[in-house]
Write a protein that binds this ligand. Structure first.
Ligand code: UFG
Length: 331
């Protein structure tokens, strides 16, 4: 019998790519999503789809009463760092309280294996060139704080209730499945690559470059763009590990290479053949100059190998999605 995995937030950008990879690997997959930000069309082939809000404890309990799972992968969360500074209550409720309900219902039903979608935002401003998992944890926005609080809850639940979990701290998730059938569709969109490609497609007049006076070679911020399918493969490896050895751990997931905002725009011009006008704008609040991962641990312990190393290959895959779905899923 294939193992049955519940994916919360499975209709979102990263969740839907993980669902696709799990299905390819032969798992039975059910998706639980309130569809506030997710897209039903992105998970057409999952075994079961359940539109439930994790805050609805009654619905959640009866869901777990009638279904059984070998493990839960938890993606459902608010993700926009800027918005978190204006809406800390909503972020705490969704990212911490709703996750707390999920863990409690899992434990009530004897499920003790968990994979958590965390973030590099738990580190805050980097004090090292390459960020390892031992880097100090000092988030600079409420989004990162809620993710860190939840990681701490996982530690408490491991010690006291025997819950085994893997927390995966992603850097800049990007790209799309090469099928062109699923991709990034946030409303509002705030991420660099989709905004650049929306400009290429003609939906935006120009792309803002937030700051050209950073202490970097071309003056623009450097980020570690990691392809969403490379994230997905790491999730499956992490799941296998925690299912087999029941030990908790935390891993960075990044490419290990940084690309500047200007380099991303240049790559998009090459891939799309479009001009992509830019405007120089003020720095965006809370943006560190450089954020680059050291993912040695994930490679060593999980045997993970990212396949998309160049920014061009990442942008190419994203372009397949944006070119054929300029308005996203339209659901
Ligand atoms: N940027 C622009 N113009 C834009 C949008 C972004 O210049 O219109 C710049 C930003 O200032 C930043 C870079 O492009 O320097 C990347 O910005 P994104 O918004 O795409 O991504 P962030 O690095 O801000 O954050 C992302 C995720 C977070 C996660 C973080 C971890 O959105 O959830 O990566 O590194 F925590």
């Amino acid at each position: 019998m294939p193992q049955h995995i519940l994916v919360t937030g499975g209709a979102g950008y990263i969740g839907s790519h993980v669902v696709r990879t799990l299905l390819h690997e032969g798992y039975t997959v059910s998706v639980l999503d309130n569809l506030i930000n997710g897209h039903r069309k992105s998970v057409a082939s999952a075994a079961g789809f359940y539109q439930i809000d994790l805050g609805d404890v009654k619905a959640l309990r009866s869901f777990f009463d009638t279904h059984s799972f070998d493990a839960v992968m938890h993606f459902a969360a608010f993700i926009e760092a800027g918005i978190s500074m204006r809406k800390p209550a909503e972020f705490f409720e969704n990212n911490c309280v709703n996750g707390f309900h999920l863990l409690n219902e899992m434990l009530r039903h004897g499920i003790k294996t968990f994979v958590f979608s965390s973030t590099a935002a738990v580190y805050g401003d980097p004090v090292d060139d390459r960020i390892t998992e031992d880097h100090r944890l000092k988030p600079v926005n409420h989004y990162g704080r809620t993710k860190l609080m939840f990681e701490q809850l996982l530690n408490m639940y491991e010690q006291s209730y025997g819950l085994s979990s893997v927390a995966l701290r992603y850097f800049n998730a990007s790209g799309a499945d090469d099928s062109g059938g699923i991709g990034e569709d946030h409303a509002p969109e705030t991420h660099l690559i989709p905004l650049v490609l929306q400009t290429a497609v003609g939906l935006r007049e120009y792309i803002n470059i937030f700051g050209t006076n950073y202490d970097t070679p071309d003056g623009t911020c450097i980020r570690d763009y990691i392809h969403v399918n490379d994230l997905a493969s790491a999730h499956v490896l992490a799941l296998k590990k925690v299912l087999s050895d029941q030990t908790s751990d935390v891993f960075n997931l990044g490419n290990g290479k940084g690309f500047s905002v200007k380099e991303v725009i240049e790559a998009a011009r090459t891939v799309t053949g479009k001009k992509i006008p830019v405007k120089i704008a003020a720095r965006r609040e809370g943006d560190p100059a450089v954020l680059v991962a050291d993912s040695t641990k994930a490679k060593r312990v999980l045997g993970w190998k990212p396949n998309y190393r160049s920014i061009q290959s990442i942008v190419e895959s994203a372009w397949k999605w944006h070119e054929s779905n300029p308005h996203g899923f339209q659901d």
